[in-house]
Design a protein around this ligand. Sequence first.
Ligand SMILES: [Zn+2]
Length: 343
Amino acid sequence: MKAGFFRQHGGLDVLEYGDLAEPVAGPDEVLVRIRAAALNHLDLFVREGLPGLKLNMPHIGGCDIAGEIAAVGEGVTGWNEGQRVIVNPNIWCGQCEFCIAGEETLCDSYGVLGEHQTGGLAQYIAVPARNVYAIPADYSFEQAAAVPLVWMTAWRALIGQAQLRAGQSVLILGAGGGVASAAIQIARYAGATVYAASRSPEKLARAKELGADYVLRSDGDWGREIWQQTNKRGVDVVLENVGAATWESSLRSVAKGGTVVTYGATTGPIVNIDIRKLFWRQFNLIGSTMANNREFNTIMRLVFWERRFEPLVDKVFPLSELQAAHAYLESAEQFGKVVIAIP
Ligand SMILES: [Zn+2]
């Protein structure tokens, strides 16, 4: 089968396009004929190598998968060849205390398809049948592939973890990123007032179109701006993924008793915190990663079956141009997802 992969970690030049062996659906698995897969920043980090990440080479990346069921393995019921699906990228054991409690992302065996295991930048993948999710016939594979990872991440961070509610206010950093553009729409849907920050005026204009009430240039003193715009109150929720570069301003922007929820550390993972401000202002600091299966099902239903949101595709590349697609994602010029069309 045709695949985009790498045999060693490194820069763009380690990416190859060629033929690899086609997988077979084992017991309780389905074989998916992939039609589109989306890239995430995670794909760049995995290509470059992450501490503690040991991969079987060659590695096929791509955590966001849309396609059709091509075969069903032994013991699989309820799925048929030709059904259109996306793939839940969660990998979990199903037996530990966290899995039993429905918190799969806390499982010791937790992983992500495309990161810890073979992903979707290929014509076929065999996945557990419990991971496939049916999508409507009129939903394009390109747009469907743009959904799973960023929408599940934004949903858990804002709704599951930070418990954003109607009438509250939220600051979303890095408007333009896949999670942030999903988060703007989810926050509006939740009935919150949305502040969006970005360094790019073009991205701020797009954020407004998506429903942001207020936009801020993140290269200015936006911590102070938020403070002024909210009458020295701050916002109820700050959605953080930038890390070191924005941390101080993020903490400054959160209201007393509010919540800073972080799901990334793009500019660096080590930050300072003044504990006196934490206890005196009594705000919450919480982490969030991906989403549990219940949250995944909720947000996928809202996106695919209730059509509440508009998943954004910025650009589609053919699989043979995977290097160019990685380079484009690295340039951070996109607004919405970079999607790979599978031949
Ligand atoms: Zn488990």
